[in-house]
Design a protein around this ligand. Sequence first.
Ligand SMILES: [Zn+2]
Length: 318
Amino acid sequence: MSWKLWKKPDERAKEEYDKAVSLRNQKKYVDAANSFKSAGDLYAEAKSFDESKRAFILFFLYYAAANQTSENLLKLSEYSGNLNQDVVLKVPTDITAGDLKTEASLLGREKELLPQFDNKSEPVASEFERLATDMFSLGREEFYLKALIDNAGESPYLKGYKLNGLASMIRAEVVILEDPSKAAEFFSQATSNFQNAEIRQFEEEIQDKTRKISVVTKCWFCGRTIQGENSQFIYLDSFITKYMQNKVEKEIPPVIKGSQVVSCYSCYSSIHNIADLVAKEYYEKAKTMIQTVRSEVLEYIKQLNEAVKELQRYSHTH
Ligand SMILES: [Zn+2]
């Protein structure tokens, strides 16, 4: 029987807690988390409920430090709400339960939200913007958790600008089909936010998209003025005679680009659909022709086979 069992639960809890702290100091976060959890159970057994909650918060914290998923960070935040928010925890720097709750929530939400960037919709954009506002309202240059959680290394302000930039990029993509000028405005907002966040990753993409959506041309086919390359119109390969080129090359807005003509999406899709129908008709015709030829060839082979058999029979009998 272990000698430990002869000790009182609060003594064993204290021992387990000290062991957890020592493991934490050696950066053995998984082992530290497990010891904080045992200490939490022992404190509860000893009816020291605040001590127990404190140990459990540290369990959630080091568990999240070892497995940095959005889920673990959000659980840590939720659990940190169980203790008086002014209680100071040593992690090992001092942090109040309230700050721990806020920071873990921000970092967890960020981890959860960033992969949503490809889901271009207004609700997602609003979510990015809301999180940006919450990052700014933290009002600090640094996270207390920066030594423990990787995505806490970046300043909350930079995160705020980055998230606002991403929100504007999503909004630009959402409106690009209905309102290219509005999309250009959103791209320019994104650019200034990314400059503040010192992020250059999207610079080229935004420049390229902004240039394309601000191109104004006229459709070669229907003559309507349109704005927005790739979103409202495309260029189609064509053969433009010298005569035609001389005639139209000075037109503003332009209807050609080199040997290509401008086509709005309505004209393009009509041409595309008609071309599809024509191609289908030819395909059906070709299929029927091939079937006819095939049955003729099969019939011919059959006749040849019979002729060969006839010859064989003839050679056997002679
Ligand atoms: Zn057109």
